[in-house]
Structure formats: structure tokens, C-alpha cells
Design a protein around this ligand. Structure first.
Ligand code: SF4
Length: 340
């Protein structure tokens, strides 16, 4: 209790069970929580544009007041050169957490928050949840004296919040390691049934996608814009001889996703009169690549191995053109594929 009001905590909220439990453990002792759901093109971006709906869903489902906050801009700047390096793939976990905590610290006055919390569990993740890494995160983010980890608090030094009596340490937990048993038992005690599976959600920690990102960053000489980062996460990818980038949907869902990302300088390709993928060609320099892209598209359509028509549509001026081409050979396809 601060004066005559209950303490308020900003909780870094991934949407996973651990962060749900962190909120509930604090709420159980009368502490008000606001969950900060940070999003970037690499995690949580499906919430972009539907923030209010997502916030209402979490409130309804778990009784948690959540705010969706887009941190793409500082995140992309950090990703260029994360001071603590990368994990197994393109995941800069230590700097990712430092960045999120820094963001949360700047929001504390606006929310009138007394402290911060995370759902981190000591020893759960190899890069960012080792004791030394957790210490570095706390130090370099400036969260020393402000940060509580309710799930593992009993295995960590008491914080200022516990020493001052703002938080009752005896009602915190000492969970460690990669097991999920204790969290699952706790979820059932709180009556939380429907929660997301652990891990997943961050494409920077995905073997194939992180490899693709690296290749595309190298090809573009930098981290591209958000639209291109989202495009990199769908379909089959090819780099054509003029340096342009072709993406082909693998199913209807991907076709729709790719279509939603077609920009005004892109060429959209569709097989004419036969089922097949939707193609998006970006960064065209030589018109010959429209033909090559059409041939590649046919290779994944019903017209594989034969000649067929492809409609090329220019989003910029709405003009379209039909090309009659033969489907690409296996050799040509493999030589242009961005494989990981
Ligand atoms: S897995 Fe992704 S979201 Fe999670 S800490 Fe690492 S970089 Fe950040």
C-alpha cells in the first residue's frame, strides 16, 4: 500500500503462462497490475491494428489489464548491433529484455507505477534466464531496485519492494529450471485453463526464419522496413538475377497474407485461369525478371512442366499484362531459391 492506495506494478507480458502467473501472484496480494505487451515485427505483430480487441480479450480471459505497445522502431535499431550479441539464432535475448525494461521504466510515471515485474524463471532459458544474465539485464536496463521476478523471487536476493513490505516475500515463489510442472499446478489453482503453449512466438529464435532474415539483411545491406520483415515470414523466397525479391505463397492463407503486403512499387503475379500461388515481386530493376518470376510461379502451379499464362499486375498504376511462359526447370528454381 502506497499512502492509501495499493501499489501498482507494470508487468512485462508476453502472453505466455509465466507472465500470466506473475500478474496473478501479485494481484493475489492486492497489488494492482498493468501488463505491457510489447510487439515488433518479430513477435506479437498480429495484434497490430486490433489492440483494443486483444486487450479486452486478456481482461475477459485472465482478469489482466493489458496494454499493447509497438516498440518496432527502437527494436530494429537495437537489432543492428545488440551489445550482448545473439543467442543460438538471430535472437538478441539479453538486449531484447534490456530494451523492454527500459521502455517500461520510461512508462512508470505515466502509469503511476511503483515497480516492475516479469514472468522470468531462473534457469529456464539458456541465454537470458541464467542468474548472471538476469543480473546484467537488471543492471544495464537501469531496473536495479525496481524489478521483481515473482516466480523465482525466493531463489534471488530480496528486492527493495520486498524489504519495504510493499510486496510480501512469503507469498512469492522459488521456481527454477525448465520444467513446467509447478506453473501448470499453479495455473490450475488459479483456474487458468486456456493459455498458450510455451516458447514459440518469437521468429528471431526460429532456425529457418532467422537464417532467412540474415540472408535478406545481407542482400539489402541493412534491416529492411517492417513490411519486408513481415513478408520474409511467409512463402517461398527467391532472389532474381537483377537483385529483385520474389515471394510465392504456399497455400491460400499465405496467398492472402502476401497479398495484404503488396506495396505500391511491387508487381503482383497470379496464374491466369489455373490454380496456383500468388507472387509478389519487389525491387524490380530489369523487366526480364517479371518473366523469370512468372516461370517460377508456374513451377508451383498446376502448369508445372508446361507453358501457361501469368497475369502481372502493377499496384502503382493498376496496369496489368499477361505473359505466356513455360514453367521454370528444377535447376533454375534451385539456383534462384533463397534456401535455409
Ligand atoms: S526469444 Fe525473442 S522475444 Fe524472447 S527474449 Fe529472445 S529475442 Fe526477445
Amino acid at each position: 500500500m502506497q499512502g492509501n492506495r495499493p501499489a501498482l506494478c507494470l508487468v512485462l507480458f508476453s502472453g505466455g503462462l509465466d507472465s500470466i502467473l506473475a500478474c496473478r501472484i501479485l494481484q493475489e496480494q492486492g497489488i494492482r497490475t498493468t501488463a505491457l505487451r510489447f510487439i515488433t515485427p518479430f513477435f506479437g505483430y498480429d495484434l497490430k491494428g486490433r489492440e483494443a480487441v486483444a486487450e479486452a480479450e486478456i481482461l475477459e480471459k485472465y482478469g489482466i489489464d493489458m496494454r499493447v505497445i509497438d516498440i518496432s522502431e527502437p527494436y530494429l535499431a537495437m537489432l543492428k548491433r545488440p551489445p550482448h550479441g545473439f543467442g543460438r539464432y538471430l535472437n538478441p535475448c539479453i538486449d531484447c529484455k534490456i530494451l523492454m525494461l527500459r521502455q517500461a521504466i520510461t512508462m512508470m510515471p505515466a502509469f503511476g507505477a511503483d515497480f516492475l515485474a516479469t514472468g522470468e524463471v531462473l534457469g529456464q532459458r539458456p541465454m537470458s534466464q541464467r542468474r548472471d544474465a538476469m543480473d546484467i539485464i537488471e543492471r544495464d536496463s537501469g531496473a536495479r531496485g525496481l524489478l521483481l521476478r515473482p516466480l523465482s523471487a525466493l531463489g534471488l536476493k530480496p528486492t527493495r519492494m520486498e524489504e519495504s513490505g510493499m510486496v510480501d516475500r512469503s507469498r512469492l515463489l522459488g521456481i527454477t529450471g525448465r520444467g513446467r510442472k509447478e506453473q501448470i499446478a499453479l495455473a490450475s489453482r488459479y483456474g487458468i485453463k486456456d493459455y498458450p503453449a510455451p516458447a514459440g512466438g518469437c521468429v528471431l529464435a526460429d532456425r529457418i526464419l532467422s537464417c532467412r532474415f540474415r540472408k535478406l539483411f545481407k542482400h539489402f545491406g541493412d534491416i529492411p522496413d517492417i513490411n519486408s520483415l513481415l513478408l520474409a515470414q511467409a512463402g517461398r523466397h527467391f532472389i532474381l538475377p537483377d537483385g529483385s525479391w520474389l515471394v510465392l505463397g504456399r497455400d491460400e492463407k499465405e496467398n492472402q497474407r502476401i497479398e495484404g503486403l503488396v506495396g505500391k512499387n511491387d508487381i503482383m503475379l497470379r496464374p491466369s485461369g489455373i490454380p496456383g500461388p500468388l507472387g509478389l515481386l519487389r525491387g524490380l530493376k530489369d523487366y526480364q525478371s517479371v518473366e523469370t518470376a512468372s516461370r517460377l510461379l508456374l513451377r508451383y502451379s498446376r502448369a508445372r512442366g508446361r507453358e501457361a499464362a501469368v497475369r502481372a499486375i502493377c499496384r502503382d498504376n493498376g496496369s496489368s499484362r499477361i505473359l505466356k511462359v513455360s514453367s521454370a526447370s528444377a535447376r533454375l528454381t534451385e539456383s534462384l531459391k533463397l534456401s535455409c
